[in-house]
Design a protein around this ligand. Structure first.
Ligand code: C2E
Ligand code: MG
Ligand code: MG
Length: 573
């Protein structure tokens, strides 16, 4: 900028110059003091230096400053300056805008100013300071993408545009699934390179002029003005497809799919914080629903999410208090041929502090996610073993089946705990069966088999649970070394109507038998199902409502053990 001649101060500024000079020495912030009547402004020397202004005292600063402001925020600034001049009374001004420096780059400034009035109440003075928002000026350090502050700004601009043009749009936030594994398997530096790689891959998929933003951790975001559901579906499908296979990076492989949450504005919210919160919640639901998907925000789902967060806190509390609120129910298992009671599956129940019985499908995922399943799993095992000991007095070969999550398999201390418990209570290892409940997420079969072999060497049987559901299939049967396969109700519920399903169960049982694996059929509800499964399919054991629902310890004893004690056996009793 051209240097201006030294300008004499207006009387008002002269009056305050002494204080202004004192203040300048006490701070690194940029200071300004404007005489609204004469249009003369006095600024601190750092402002002159950094923004190449003509001098510390000048006329027409507002116009010059407006030119330096980023076009996206210029309109707001000009409107605010008009209000400053027209105000009647005290006016508190705050704003954030990008301003071009002497070097030609934009930096973010936070501005705070106050308008003062003369004795007649006319605005005569505008004083304030501006500070650099250092963090905001940086792009994301790892990926070089626009960072979360720019995202916040971008959302605000999109909302302002909506107010001006009535054109809404979408905000999609996505995180990388299992990114933690990359950091754990390699190191953080490889993790950073993966983020950078994903950033480049996804950037290429975006429509022209749509920037990709990098939020915290492994999260990214896209603001898509004018987008409809189908645009978002198309965009997410392309991201999904691009990340569908393991990626090669510097001689290493990584494999991270993406889970996304999408909000449409203004429907899902009219301010940045609300929209961001809702998008994050939708993404969290996408992760919980099995990852590698996009979840569109809805109020109902959001309420469900809020409930689950509250439940997480209560569950944490229950565990900390020594598993209060948790209890075990037991469901009988019978020998298929003789209908004799041979064992029971221990099924966890949780009663919320408000007294509601919560279904395992709701709280087990929370226990797994928080890894609380590790302490709770030990509690379950010990309780189940104690009950089994008691019931063996009536049925000497009684076996208790205990469910085990993958998290527990990974926790090496569980194996020690199981061994120690059996010794402490003087129980034979064949009194327990451990069921692996979620073979879906097993990433490393050889590790799991190694762990299972250690249990099996101790004489503890391993069962693969839920065979026939989406995740547990013939492939896992081939991979997993186990003693028992539990065929899920999904597989048997149509067995009476569909010949194909009947044959399938029959062949799976016969395949298992040929390699020495026993089959327990779950979810048997009717006599006809039982007959078919036993006579035609040759199941070994049966568990299902036909023989008994899961029951509390007292009810189980009354319904299933008391008759045996009294000398009666079999279903007909
Ligand atoms: P699962 O291990 O496959 O347990 C069998 C589920 O099927 C039980 O549901 C049981 O009530 C239900 N069921 C049994 N017979 C029938 C029937 O004839 N018809 C129908 N419709 N359903 C039947 P529940 O108790 O709700 O447990 C659901 C799942 O929660 C369990 O499936 C298991 O994956 C998990 N779970 C339960 N307790 C534990 C536990 O202690 N630890 C772990 N890790 N998971 C558990
Ligand atoms: Mg089970
Ligand atoms: Mg099952």
């Amino acid at each position: 900028m051209r240097r201006a001649k030294r300008v004499p101060l207006s009387p008002l500024l002269k009056r305050y110059k002494y204080y202004f000079d004192l203040l300048k020495k006490t701070t690194d912030e940029y200071l300004f003091l404007a005489d609204l009547t004469s249009g003369m402004v006095m600024v601190s020397p750092n402002l002159v230096q950094d923004f190449d202004l003509p001098g510390e005292v000048m006329h027409g600063l507002v116009e010059q400053w407006a030119e330096l402001i980023h076009p996206e925020e210029r309109g707001q600034f000009e409107a605010a300056m008009r209000s400053v001049k027209q105000t009647e009374g005290i006016y508190d001004y705050t704003a954030e805008h990008r301003v071009r420096t002497r070097k030609g780059e934009y930096v973010w400034l936070r501005v705070r100013g106050q308008v003062g009035t003369d004795l007649e109440g006319r605005p005569n003075l505008f004083a304030g300071m501006m500070s650099r928002m250092a963090k905001r000026n940086q792009a994301d350090e790892v990926t070089g993408l626009l960072n979360k502050y720019q995202f916040e700004h971008g959302v605000k601009v999109a909302l302002a545009n909506y107010r001006a043009t009535q054109e809404g749009g979408a905000i999609l936030v996505f995180g990388l699934d299992n990114f933690k594994i990359v950091n754990e398997t390699y190191n953080r530096s490889m993790g950073d390179r993966v983020l950078k790689h994903v950033a480049r891959l996804v950037e290429q998929l975006l429509p022209p002029l749509l920037p990709l933003y990098k939020l915290d951790g492994d999260e990214f975001a896209i603001i898509y003005p004018g987008a409809k559901q189908e645009d978002i579906a198309k965009l997410f499908a392309s991201i999904q497809q691009c990340l569908a296979r393991p990626q090669e990076l510097e001689g290493h492989q990584y494999f991270c799919t993406a889970s996304a949450g999408t909000v449409f504005y203004p429907q899902a919210g009219k301010d940045y914080l609300v929209l961001h919160k809702h998008a994050e919640a939708a993404m969290d639901l996408a992760k919980r629903d099995g990852k590698n998907r996009n979840c569109l925000f809805s109020k109902d789902q959001y309420n469900r999410w809020v409930r689950s967060i509250a439940m997480r806190d209560s569950i944490w509390d229950s565990v900390e208090k020594g598993c209060v609120g948790f209890s075990l129910f037991f469901q009988p298992q019978v020998d298929a041929a003789t209908q004799r009671l041979i064992g029971a599956e221990a099924l966890l129940r949780w009663q919320s502090p408000k007294g509601r019985m919560v279904a395992p499908m709701e709280f087990i995922p929370i226990l797994e996610e928080t890894k609380l399943i590790i302490p709770v799993g030990k509690w379950i095992f010990e309780q189940a073993l104690l009950i089994c000991k008691k019931w063996r007095e009536i049925v000497p070969d009684f076996r208790v089946s205990v469910n085990m999550s993958y998290e527990q398999v990974k926790d090496l201390s569980f194996k020690e705990f199981v061994g120690a418990c059996l010794r402490r209570y003087n129980m034979p290892p064949e009194s327990v069966i451990l069921e692996l409940t979620e073979s879906k997420i097993v990433a490393d079969w050889s590790f799991v088999n190694q762990q299972f072999d250690l249990f099996r060497q101790q004489g503890i049987a391993i069962a693969m649970d839920d065979f026939g559901t989406g995740y547990s299939s013939l492939a896992s049967l081939k991979n997993l070394s186990c003693d028992i396969v539990k065929i899920d109700r999904e597989f048997v519920k149509k067995i009476l109507e569909t010949d194909f399903d009947k044959r399938l169960v029959k062949y799976v049982v016969s395949l298992c038998h040929s390699i020495g694996i026993h089959c327990c059929i779950e979810g048997v509800e009717q006599e006809a199902e039982y007959e078919l499964l036993t006579k035609e399919c040759h199941a070994d054991t049966i568990q299902g409502y036909y023989f008994g629902h899961p029951e509390s310890v007292e009810n189980f004893e009354a319904k299933f053990l008391a008759p045996i004690k009294a000398g009666q056996t079999g279903k007909e009793n």
